[in-house]
Every structure is written in structure tokens, then in C-alpha cells.
Design a protein. Structure first.
Length: 95
């Protein structure tokens, strides 16, 4: 019986861990801010959400970073943050 409980705990941990969104290598380079960057090129609007995780805001920010990187941006301005949703704008700024 103890082995079944242990297996159930391990399986549950694996399922919960698989729900996390991790920033990609490129996404990790994207700066999140609430201020408009100066001297940067506007790329486009962006949004991200995560309804299924315990760390929803962390995962949503990672999704936003990943999307911004895919769009060619290195700065994402978070215009609205509401629980599990973020909308904003993506910029490419000189380094």
C-alpha cells in the first residue's frame, strides 16, 4: 500500500511540474517593464495567459518573454496585468 501512495505522490509531482512554463534562452533575455523604453523600435502588441498553473503570474511572464523573443523583441512593456493575463507591447532596443 505504501508503494502505491509513493507512486501516486511522484506522479502528481511530475504532472504539476509539467504545467510550468519556463523562459527559453532567448526569452530569458527579454526585459519586462511597465515604462515605455526610449529610442526603441516598436514591433507589435502582445498578450499571454496561463490558467492552469499554481505559479500563474510567473508562468504568464515567461510566456510573454518567450513570445516577445519570437517576435524579435528584447523589451516587453506590460500595459495590463490581471491575475493570469498580461497584455502589452514589444520593442527592440539597441544594446
Amino acid at each position: 500500500m505504501k508503494i502505491y501512495i509513493l507512486l501516486l505522490v511522484i506522479l502528481n509531482t511530475l504532472v504539476l511540474a509539467s504545467c510550468s512554463t519556463i523562459a527559453t534562452k532567448e526569452g530569458a533575455r527579454v526585459e519586462l517593464t511597465k515604462e515605455d523604453p526610449k529610442g526603441c523600435k516598436f514591433i507589435g502588441d502582445i498578450d499571454a495567459d496561463d490558467f492552469w498553473s499554481d505559479n500563474t503570474l510567473v508562468n504568464t511572464k515567461n510566456k510573454l518573454r518567450n513570445k516577445a523573443a519570437e517576435m524579435g523583441g528584447n523589451v516587453a512593456v506590460m500595459d495590463t496585468v490581471h491575475k493570469t493575463q498580461i497584455t502589452g507591447r514589444v520593442f527592440n532596443c539597441p544594446k
